[in-house]
Design a protein around this ligand. Sequence first.
Ligand SMILES: O=P(O)(O)OC[C@H]1O[C@H](OP(=O)(O)OP(=O)(O)O)[C@H](O)[C@@H]1O
Ligand SMILES: Nc1nc2[nH]cnc2c(=O)[nH]1
Ligand SMILES: [Mg+2]
Length: 165
Amino acid sequence: MSHQYQMDFPVSWDELHRNARALSLRLLDKGPWKGIIAITRGGLVPAAILAREMDIRLIDTICVVSYGKSDKGGTQARQGELNVLKTVEGDGEGMLLVDDLVDTGKTARYVRELLPKAHFATLYAKPAGKPLVDTFITEVSQDTWIRFPWDMAYTFATPLADQEK
Ligand SMILES: O=P(O)(O)OC[C@H]1O[C@H](OP(=O)(O)OP(=O)(O)O)[C@H](O)[C@@H]1O
Ligand SMILES: Nc1nc2[nH]cnc2c(=O)[nH]1
Ligand SMILES: [Mg+2]
């Protein structure tokens, strides 16, 4: 987590599932959809839940790597380049483009340019990226780092009274 993030926002599997179902409900009303394009890797789990809820069988991916990883395993401020490993054909018409979140909007800007007619949906949005998303569920502040359940493990928590001041 880089210094620009002051707050930690851990998301449980239950919470993620609930949010993904809420997103499905919103998107069902806006369909019909031909298929889903998941933005790897973060969009993969949300895409699987949406596909199940909306009975969508056609799932494609845009595979991107964002450079600028921090030594804590998090992602630094998005100054780095996007390395595109796989893209999709067409203009995205009738397709749902899915990611877990928008932060600075760098990834969103790239995929929107690539697929201008796709409907871009995320579970979480921060203010800088929000204008680039068509549908999202939960807004968090720009200085919040979201921790997804696939990045976490159950571990011992030191009692507050024993923690160093
Ligand atoms: O709005 P931005 O500043 O572009 O940030 C948002 C992107 O960052 C995260 O992906 P990341 O590049 O960390 O890779 P991952 O999905 O493989 O974990 C997240 O899944 C979004 O795709
Ligand atoms: N896990 C995670 N990845 C990100 N990439 C950009 N912002 C975030 C965030 O808040 N959490
Ligand atoms: Mg991602």
